[in-house]
Write a protein that binds this ligand. Structure first.
Ligand SMILES: [Mg+2]
Length: 158
């Protein structure tokens, strides 16, 4: 069964105290629809949130399925957070790379993302603390809308 350990409206709603409570020392961040919208704009408040997280000694790494190195390297520079791209979630490949970068035990890592069947699924299989957030932007394509409906249906059965 695919199940998030926690759910939030948006990533900036996650408090340091909550992360400390769950012994989180590192976070793997999804990019699209978690940190940025479909036009590549940052979620409001994300820069400050990332600063706060870093100040409290929680390490960060982006793991994105995006294949555009140009796009992701620019964003990662702005946030000053390392990244893994082409991570092929729900495959374990990119997440393993991100864990290596963080250099933290899996049980002390949270993975935050907006998709149940990619972000949460791989998190569950890697024994990470999975946090599901709502996508920033409304889906533009019918196929994505359908995917969301299936996710919601799946979650409501549990
Ligand atoms: Mg995403």
């Amino acid at each position: 069964m695919i199940k998030p350990d926690a759910q939030f409206e948006k990533i900036t709603d996650i408090k340091i105290e909550f992360l400390k409570e769950h012994k989180i020392k590192g976070i793997i961040l999804d990019l699209d629809n978690t940190l940025i919208d479909l036009d590549g704009n940052f979620l409001e408040g994300i820069i400050d949130w990332i600063k706060k997280i870093k100040k409290s000694n929680i390490k960060l790494c982006i793991a994105t399925n995006s294949i555009s190195k140009e796009k992701i390297s620019k964003l990662s520079k702005k946030l000053d957070v390392p990244y893994v791209y082409k991570s092929f979630k729900p495959s374990k490949k990119g997440i393993k790379q991100a864990i290596k970068i963080l250099h933290i035990n899996n049980s002390n890592i949270a993975e935050v993302g907006d998709q149940l069947f990619t972000d949460v699924w791989v998190s569950n299989r890697m024994n990470l603390f999975s946090i599901l957030t709502k996508p920033i932007a409304k889906d533009r394509f019918k196929i994505d809308k359908l995917k969301r409906k299936i996710e919601q249906w799946y979650l409501s059965r549990q």
